[in-house]
Ligand binder design. Structure first.
Ligand code: AMP
Length: 504
């Protein structure tokens, strides 16, 4: 029992620290915040929300830089029975306006630096109250919190009530709000906690953003649920992570974290006492996995998930963590690979569309019943849009996004196949293969390659004998870096639009 027993998610997240309320939850600089202090602040904030008119089911929209009080606010929103709606701080006023009008929150919390602009936008969207929170924890939200009393009585919420709406990154059209329930978040956290063997003695380096499923739900919920601690960092800083490692046990990161940490001289020494390195949100190159193992002796554990589903698959904690794969389905989650046209189940080894079903899934897209019906089947399977393959040992390989599939002269080309060959060439740092309009073939392959030593003809020549002609790039562009979003995902839509005329 906890004092939040009537609130499904708050109860599940509170259980880990029962009887250990004085234990640290968040370390920051030389200080720490105990569990008791975290829950007390969350209760105070829940009162602030209610004073501002929040009713169960209302949305609390937040666009702030990473700050500890944002986690308190997340928990407060859950306690108040409301729906947490975090937004990427990089979104412009124009984008924020779309989210506020679509989600119609009752409260919007923003960075005090942007208050002048965003207040007007919130007024136009008829948001009742606007509060502020800055990266240094100042602002009207924390002022009101500190003037408020703890002891908020949690609002009753069941497993199928909404806890959060997370908007997808929307690289191909309008961003969609994935509706996530108390039950989906709690069950996913439970499954991960078990798979990754989290205990109260863990200390997680938390350097991920908290507007996204990875940093908000995977990292934060697991820590709360297991009663373990986090070293809270406001962003990625390789030196700070290296310094923190001797006091930590786990790092969760996107692949770029690992690529950048590999440049650190003290890496091998710093990682000695760590027990687990998790990677996700974008594909981890086999080469990064192998270099990390060689230097640190640790095999990075790669997992796979998405905003709509939470986490679906993970490499094993005990057993082979196979580079280039995302492992096996989480307990309670079903995965299948289907023919993209007929929906029929495919054999192991065949590439098709990945579908998932389980208690981790979202309930649908906010205000978009047609989109929900297109992607969520009546039998409960969600069509992820990712292309995957299950190998003979049962490991899941993510082969790319369905929409990135290139169809050239009627033939299918999986960009990943061409990228893997290019990445294997000496001197290639990374690559992205996209389809662009071609007058004869409809679409054709263009490879965008990051290399300091190779010319485009070197890449063309190396591929010539290795893959069928229709899969060979019609053009290879050597660039300094690939465009990525904050979660480290290569922005293929951006590359397609940048090079759309290059073969015409
Ligand atoms: P998001 O909703 O922003 O978390 O993005 C989810 C998408 O990221 C998935 O549909 C995949 O395309 C991709 N993704 C996440 N984890 C991995 C991974 N380990 N390997 C390859 N792609 C991944």
């Amino acid at each position: 029992m906890t004092k939040y027993s009537n609130n499904f998610l708050a109860h599940a997240l509170r259980l880990g620290s029962v009887g250990r309320e004085d234990a640290p939850f968040l370390f920051f600089g030389d200080e720490f915040q105990s569990y008791a202090d975290f829950f007390e602040n969350a209760e105070k904030l829940a009162s602030v929300l209610v004073e501002h008119g929040i009713q169960p089911g209302d949305r609390v929209a937040v666009q702030v830089p990473k700050a500890r009080a944002m986690l308190e606010l997340y928990f407060a929103t859950v306690l108040a029975g409301a729906v947490f709606l975090p937004l990427n701080p990089a979104y412009t006023g124009h984008e924020v306006s779309y989210f506020l009008n679509d989600a119609t929150p009752t409260i919007f919390i923003c960075d005090p630096k942007k208050l002048d602009d965003l207040q007007k936008i919130a007024d136009l969207a008829r948001v009742a109250s606007v509060l502020t929170l800055a990266a240094d924890e100042s602002g009207s939200l924390t002022r009101k919190r500190d003037a408020s009393q703890a002891g908020f009585i949690a609002i009753t919420r069941r497993a199928d009530d909404l806890a959060a709406i997370l908007y997808t990154s929307g690289t191909t059209g309008r961003s969609k709000g994935a509706m996530l329930t108390h039950g989906a978040l709690a069950s996913n956290s439970e499954a991960l906690l078990e798979c990754w063997d989290f205990t109260p003695s863990d200390v997680l380096i938390h350097a991920l953003p908290i507007f996204h499923t990875h940093g908000l739900f995977v990292a934060t919920n697991i820590s709360l649920m297991s009663g373990s601690a986090c070293i809270f960092m406001n962003g990625f800083d390789a030196d700070a992570i290296i310094d923190a490692m001797p006091k930590a046990t786990v790092l969760m990161g996107v692949p770029t974290f690992y690529v950048r940490l590999l440049e650190q001289k003290l890496l091998a020494h710093a990682t000695n006492g760590m027990r687990l390195f998790v990677s996700g949100s974008a594909p981890l190159l086999r080469e990064t996995h192998e270099r990390w193992s060689k230097i640190t002796g640790h095999a990075i554990l790669e997992r796979y998930g998405m905003t709509e589903t939470n986490m679906n698959a993970t490499n094993p904690y005990v057993g082979e963590r196979r580079p280039g794969t995302v492992g096996f389905a989480l307990p309670g989650v079903e995965l299948k690979i289907c023919n993209p046209v007929t929906g029929e189940l495919l054999e192991n080894g065949e590439v098709g569309v990945l579908e998932v079903r389980g208690p981790n899934l979202f309930q649908g897209y906010w205000n978009m019943p047609e989109k929900t019906a297109e992607e969520l089947r009546a039998n409960g399977f969600f069509i992820t849009g990712d292309l995957g393959m299950i190998d003979d040992d049962g490991y899941l390989h993510i082969v790319g996004r369905g929409k990135d599939l290139i169809i050239s002269g009627g033939l299918n080309i999986y960009p990943k196949e061409v990228e893997t060959l290019i990445d294997d060439l000496d001197g290639v740092i990374e690559s992205a293969v996209v389809g662009v309009p071609h007058s004869d073939f409809g679409e054709a392959v263009v490879a965008v390659v990051v290399s300091k030593t190779l010319r485009s003809t070197d890449v063309m020549d190396a591929l010539a004998g290795n893959i069928a002609r229709y899969k060979q790039p019609k053009k290879v562009l050597i660039v300094e870096a690939l465009p990525r979003n904050t979660m480290g995902k290569v922005q293929k839509a951006e590359l397609r639009s940048r090079y759309k005329d290059i073969l015409l």
